[in-house]
Design a binder for this molecule. Structure first.
Ligand code: 5U1
Length: 677
């Protein structure tokens, strides 16, 4: 029965908003579009404005407080926040296990461990009294931390009041506040775009975001919290096992890591470690190891502590994702579109599981930001799928003979002028196909597997063909003759025949592949396929107006502009004409009749990492089923396939209420339409 009692209405709105927040931020299972949440929040705000006396500190409207603080006050932890001993090898783990068994008197047999990813964040304590969040504090030195209540209140995965039943009178929860990788990338991208400070890694970003006197800044940062234990507990009898405590925390609405598992014996611990090490790059957050804890609380008690670390727990570390090395030199590479990229040549260093000796420095802004000089000691980071990066310079290790990084004033390959378009960070060589670097890159792209797939045209061979003057653009590939090829180093009769055969075969292609192969700026595989489906013929596409181009899924003003520039360029059209004259052709594009295919009329976006196939393959499957594939999420998007690591596109889909499916559901859907993967 609807009520008009403002208190009851307020309570029901708060309850509703808390439930949706919990589903979204803790369970990762959004149940309503953001618009619905916003509507309900607006109602709550209006009602609270009309009845200020009814505003409660745990209302979802009260996450971001008023005035910034002048300073942080100190908090003395009732139960000290301990640190962890480290293990660096399987052998260290065997010794840890043995130490425990010896101490327990040897009668225990294989021990049960709780295995947990060790998140690379900031340890935080949350104090709940009668279920209400009363205080948040940093670990500090373990005894005394800083009061960051105003900041933790802004983190959506931290409930302002606990959910469920059987809530302790006092509950102090411990865990890690961290920044997911995609949030970190987005934050840094925003900072770069706005000339603000860029953070070195997600951990620093999380620490910097938590140590803010103004909670509005913290509220704007993508922070999350995962809980892994309890400190002070009053008025509640804890269960006998650590994993049962984690289950209670989860039931009370707190986020607990979904990867927690049990292992019996040290061998099973190693299996868990190996499996997580394999999956480390796929996780949406940085982890620096695995924490093992004796699961039985009575045994934990018997084992006790040494100094500031418990005897019943240990962190086995993963190989570091950041290392120090020396910046030996900076070279300038020219890419397919003429973009000039400074590349750091580094003293080889093992980081994130691989040896790194080069890292892109992106552009001159990034070099300025780093303030690096040749000879500097730098920090190199390789985490997740992200390419290795030079994240900062260790200034106090700068040698006396350090040399400035000097940007070229002309193209380092062809000497043509270089230009930087307004609003762009990148300098480009204006030499176009006169530039050997651009020629080579364009040919490599044309021959690549997802373009015309020409076997035998690897990087070295393309360099050789261009350097020897046999090829100057993609069309001249088809004029190659066997006699000339045989004159090349490392080219025998067999290789020459194979290459010529592959070139012949490549002439039979599709409009979509051909378009992609041309390497028009911003025209990736999915856009090329959308253009081919839409226009069906080269002529229709080449003569399309900007307006007609904009009608294609995934084509915005920037892509349309690049397309028009290509079709207006005499030299580009000359090359295309030569390709046609050489016999490059494709069967007519059969535009699927409207509604003839199961996904006709739908626009899909694929984001994150998929296990069963590459993203491009998933996009191709969707297009084969009639869907248009777009590179960004908008209100027009029908569905989003999101794999691990999906970031801003996933957030946008959630915000717009666009349906999101995971890879398993996507594979099911493909199977339903008879597509085998
Ligand atoms: N997952 C997890 N991280 N972590 C860090 N558990 C965990 N436990 C910790 C710490 C410092 O300490 C307790 C074992 C005392």
């Amino acid at each position: 029965m609807p009520t008009s009692d403002p208190l009851q209405v307020l309570e029901s709105l708060r309850e509703q908003l808390d439930t949706w927040s919990h589903q979204y931020y803790v369970l990762d299972q959004p149940s309503v579009p953001d618009s619905e949440y916003d509507r309900c929040m607006a109602e709550l705000l209006a009602l609270e404005a009309a009845h200020p006396e009814l505003i409660r500190a745990d209302s979802p409207s009260q996450r971001v407080g008023g005035r910034p603080l002048d300073q942080f006050s100190q908090v003395v932890h009732d139960v000290p926040m301990l640190s962890l001993d480290n293990a660096f090898s399987a052998e260290d783990m065997v010794n840890f296990n043995k130490r425990i068994l010896d101490r327990l008197g040897g009668e225990e047999g294989d021990l049960e461990f709780s295995c947990e990813p060790k998140l690379d964040g900031i340890a935080v304590s949350l104090l709940y009294r009668e279920g209400q969040l009363e205080r948040g504090a940093t670990r500090g030195d373990g005894t005394t931390g800083e009061d960051i209540t105003h900041n933790v209140r802004t983190i959506r995965s931290i409930p302002l009041r606990l959910r469920g039943t059987d809530i302790p009178e006092v509950l102090e929860v411990r865990g890690e506040v961290y920044m997911p990788r995609t949030g970190f990338e987005d934050l840094n991208q925003w900072a770069r775009d706005h000339g603000e400070k860029v953070f070195v890694n997600p951990r620093n970003a999380a620490a910097g975001s938590l140590r803010q006197l103004d909670a509005r800044i913290t509220a704007s940062r993508p922070l999350e919290m995962c809980c892994y234990g309890v400190g002070l507990v009053r008025g509640y009898l804890l269960p006998a096992r650590h994993t049962e405590i984690l289950q209670r925390l989860h039931d009370w609405g707190l986020r607990v890591n979904e990867e927690v598992d049990l292992a019996v014996g040290v061998k099973a611990c190693a299996t868990y470690y190996d499996a997580m090490a394999q999956r480390r790059d796929e996780l949406p957050y940085d982890i620096d190891g695995i924490v093992y804890k004796i699961n039985n609380l009575a045994l934990q008690e018997r084992l006790g502590f040494v100094a500031r670390a418990p005897r019943w727990a240990i962190a086995r570390k993963f190989p570091a994702q950041e290392e120090l090395t020396r910046l030996l030199d900076v070279e300038f590479q020219v890419g397919r579109t003429g973009a000039i990229t400074p590349v750091a040549r580094l003293a080889p260093v093992f980081v994130g599981g691989v040896t790194i000796s080069n890292a892109s420095l992106h552009n001159s802004d990034e070099v300025d930001r780093l303030g690096a000089m040749i000879g500097d000691t730098v920090i190199v980071r390789r985490a997740g799928d992200v390419i290795p990066q030079v994240v900062s310079v260790v200034r106090d290790r700068r040698p006396r003979n350090a040399a400035a990084i000097v940007f070229p004033t002309a193209c380092p390959v062809c000497g043509s002028t270089i230009e930087r378009a307004e609003g762009e960070a990148v300098w480009r060589c204006m030499g176009g196909l006169v530039c050997a670097a651009q020629q080579k890159a364009a040919i490599r792209h044309y021959a690549s597997r997802r373009a015309l797939d020409i076997n035998g045209l690897g990087e070295k061979r393309v360099d050789q063909l261009v350097d020897e003057g046999l090829v100057e653009n993609v069309a001249s590939l088809y004029a190659l003759e066997k006699d000339r090829l045989l004159g090349l180093e490392r080219m025998g009769e067999k290789s020459a025949d194979k290459l010529l055969h592959a070139l012949q075969q490549s002439k039979h292609t599709s409009l979509a592949r051909f378009l992609f192969a041309l390497g028009i700026r911003e025209v990736g595989e999915a856009t090329a396929a959308n253009l081919a489906n839409h226009f069906q013929t080269w002529e229709a596409l080449a003569t399309a107006s900007e307006e007609q181009l904009l009608a294609v899924a995934d084509v915005g003003p920037v892509v349309a502009d690049h397309l028009r520039q290509f079709f207006d360029s005499k030299s580009s059209l000359q090359v295309v004409g030569d390709l046609f004259a050489a016999g490059v052709s494709w069967p007519d594009v059969q535009r699927p009749a409207q509604q003839a295919l199961p996904l006709s009329g739908e626009t899909w976006v694929v984001t994150g990492k998929l296990r069963a196939m590459q993203r491009s393959a998933a996009q191709a499957q969707l297009q084969a089923l009639g869907a248009k594939v777009a590179g960004s999420v908008s209100a027009k998007t029908s569905r989003v396939v999101a794999g691990p690591g999906a970031g801003s596109k996933l957030s946008k889909a959630k915000a717009l209420g666009v349906e999101v499916i995971d890879e398993a559901a996507f594979l099911n859907l493909l199977a339903r339409y008879g597509v085998e993967v």
